[in-house]
Design a protein around this ligand. Structure first.
Ligand SMILES: NC(=O)c1ccc[n+]([C@@H]2O[C@H](COP(=O)([O-])OP(=O)(O)OC[C@H]3O[C@@H](n4cnc5c(N)ncnc54)[C@H](O)[C@@H]3O)[C@@H](O)[C@H]2O)c1
Length: 277
């Protein structure tokens, strides 16, 4: 390879990346990282206000950006968002399946045992994380299959490797996202093109609105026992910041990872490597 190609690998000029959940804390930062590397970024979210907020932070970067409504659980809305992206940019180079998360109603606590978690809460979390990854992968994956190239990046989680206490549906759903990442990587490479890749990032612990209630005490603002345990078990001794996810994302969406497919990359300050002793 021409040595300068390695540097150019991170120049996303002319590349279009769509990000579901792009209005959120973590994926908003991924949008900014990609825009900073000159990508065209389509910020897809069910909350158009949040998508617009992320979009507004991309101004001044080189690519053309767009905020688009999507509900990752509604195929018609995914089809509509995908066709808006393709008609604007002509093609799609990458999809980040970022929409996802836990829900307090699907979490065990002193008032709610595992045995009492309502079925609709379990279903909500399972669907959002697993179906919400599979359905956009079907719609955007079909476009990539026709193009004979493209990259899908899923967002898994630490609890996919070993489940975390209290969040059974979220843990199981993210384990399924990791499994699906491997399945789809094999399927698209074998059946359609070796130039379609599918990988995932597995963020460790990032203090965001979805887990603030588990990690910090709402009265004192200090860490809960669970929050403290996480820090003790993280060799780097801190929570991640959204910007910590950007480097691996750029790598997995760029030609620098051209022979990498079907992997789940932990971004966790060493949490998953530490035995505790
Ligand atoms: N926060 C963490 O510590 C952490 C750790 C590991 C993995 N993750 C994963 O990272 C991803 C982003 O998490 P975050 O903390 O930034 O969450 P967030 O709540 O800030 O962002 C999620 C976004 O998804 C959107 N969304 C929700 N349902 C949707 C739907 N049906 N269709 C389209 N958009 C929808 C929301 O409007 C929101 O903008 C999620 O998949 C989450 O599970 C987070």
């Amino acid at each position: 390879m021409d040595p300068s190609n390695f540097l150019r690998a991170y120049d996303f000029s002319g590349k279009t990346i769509a990000i579901t959940g792009g209005g959120g804390v973590l994926c908003g930062e991924l949008a900014r990282g990609l825009a900073g590397c000159h990508a065209n970024v389509a910020v897809l979210d069910r909350d158009v206000g949040l998508a617009g907020k992320t979009h507004a932070t991309l101004g001044g970067t080189k690519g053309r950006h767009k905020a688009v409504y999507i509900d990752v659980l509604d195929r018609a809305s995914i089809e509509k968002a995908a066709s808006e992206v393709v008609s604007e940019y002509g093609k799609i180079d990458g999809l980040i399946n970022g929409a996802g998360g836990n829900n307090p109603k699907a979490t065990t606590n002193p008032q709610q045992s595992f045995f009492d978690i309502p079925a609709d809460a379990l279903q909500f979390v399972s669907n959002l994380n697993l179906q919400g990854t599979m359905l956009p992968s079907q719609v955007f994956g079909r476009i990539m299959a026709k193009q004979k190239e493209g990259i899908i990046l899923n967002v898994s989680s630490m609890n996919a490797f070993r489940p975390l206490t209290r969040i059974p549906a979220y843990s199981a759903a993210k384990a399924a996202v990791s499994n699906f990442t491997q399945w789809l990587a094999v399927h698209l490479a074998q059946e359609y093109s070796p130039n379609i890749r599918v990988n995932a990032i597995a963020p460790g612990f990032f203090l965001t609105e979805q887990n603030r209630f588990l990690l910090t005490d709402k009265d004192t603002g200090g860490l809960t026992a669970r929050g403290n345990k996480i820090i003790e078990h993280t060799p780097m001794a801190r929570f991640g910041g959204p910007e910590d996810l950007v480097g691996a994302t750029l790598w997995l969406l760029s030609p620098a990872s051209q022979f990498v497919t079907g992997v789940v990359v932990p971004i966790d300050g060493g949490f998953s490597a530490f035995s505790g002793v």
